[in-house]
Design a binder for this molecule. Structure first.
Ligand code: ATP
Length: 328
């Protein structure tokens, strides 16, 4: 806990963009202004800190953004921030503006950077989990996940229509380089036969056996949802194996790609972003540092940034049992 009064705060979005980041920025700006704290927008993540691309925000600067995807502050990955010289420059720029508190909206990489920075310099940092991947411990949801997963569901439903018309097997790739939550949630919600994710070892023989058995009993419409980071590869690689091993099946591949990042945030994402943004400012006022604001069991929950990064959420085996039983 810091006893220094926070008078000017900076807010930035960092790493991959996620729908709902704008709602979080809006909440941070308006809560700070409510408390008489000045707010500064930092452009393109840590790059804006390193380069001094910082501007003062007012209530109007966040008008009409709660419903918009992307981020008005832009986002980026910053190579310079990995280096001590880059972080020193970032600190000097914050000092120039008199900024003495930071809210970072991003994923685990952004939190690692924040943790380093707040340990090196006297600037308290509060993290908000903004990532479509949901791969952060200490929050039931991350900003952007609900929208992304609903976009995936909508797209897979459409694929199912055409798969059904032609009796086809579709291998659909969703985002998730290190985490399979989008695949797992969207796969169960669309009735996928199989879901392949990076957290579990994919048993290709079991997959082929189950699809061969379905082929025998003329269940020809099948959806296989694969996270892009599965250890056997994405839809192209999995599809290629299937085409060789299931020569009679009519197999198609679909990669959903970046549509999963865009679009208007869902109600849930707007809601959690607003709650988290509000509490981030309260955290700084209370003198907290190096924590992430999450929501657990619908209550606000603080997790040290270190734990949020290290402790991954665990996927229960029940989920896979559900997939198997329901897809039979
Ligand atoms: P996403 O989950 O969408 O990928 P992320 O926040 O994990 O988002 P990263 O690219 O991993 O995205 O990290 C964002 C930025 O945070 C990096 O470009 C870098 O500037 C900073 N960062 C990450 N790790 C560190 C680190 N160990 N030290 C200093 N800065 C870091």
């Amino acid at each position: 806990m810091s006893t220094k009064k926070v008078t000017k705060i900076g807010v930035l979005t960092s790493g991959g963009d996620a729908p709902g980041m704008n709602a979080a920025i809006r909440a941070v700006v308006r809560t700070a202004i409510y408390h008489g704290i000045e707010v500064y927008g930092i452009v393109r993540g840590y790059n804006g800190m390193v380069e001094g691309d910082i501007f003062k925000m007012d209530s109007k600067s966040v008008a009409n953004i709660i419903q918009r995807g992307g981020t008005i502050l832009k986002t980026a990955r910053s190579a310079a921030f990995f280096e001590p010289e880059g972080r020193q420059k970032a600190y000097d720029n914050l000092k120039k503006f008199g900024i003495n508190g930071l809210v970072i909206i991003g994923g685990d990489g952004s939190f690692k950077g924040a943790q380093k920075f707040s340990n090196e310099f006297d600037i308290p940092c509060i993290g908000l989990p903004g990532t479509i991947d949901k791969d952060i411990a200490g929050s039931d949801f991350t900003i952007g996940f609900d929208t992304a997963v609903n976009t995936a569901v909508e797209a897979i439903d459409k694929i199912r229509d055409t798969a059904d018309a032609h009796d086809r097997l579709f291998v659909v790739e969703v985002m998730g380089r290190d985490a399979g939550y989008i695949a797992l949630h969207s796969g169960i919600a669309t009735g996928a036969e199989n879901i392949l994710i990076p957290e579990t070892k994919t048993d290709i023989e079991e997959l082929i056996a189950s699809l061969t058995e379905k082929e025998k009993r003329k269940k020809l419409v099948n959806l296989v949802v694969v996270a892009e980071g599965d250890e056997l590869g994405g839809a192209n690689e999995i599809g290629a194996i299937m085409k060789t091993r299931l020569p009679n099946a009519d197999i198609r591949i679909c990669i959903l790609g970046h549509i999963q990042r865009g679009g208007a945030p869902s109600c849930l994402d707007r809601l959690i972003a607003s709650r988290m943004g509000f509490h981030a400012v309260e955290c700084l006022i209370e003198g907290r540092n190096n924590v992430m604001v999450g929501i657990v069991n619908n209550k606000v929950h603080y997790t040290p940034l270190d734990n949020a990064v290290k402790a991954k959420q665990k996927i229960s085996q029940d989920w896979f049992k559900i997939v198997k039983i329901l897809a039979s």
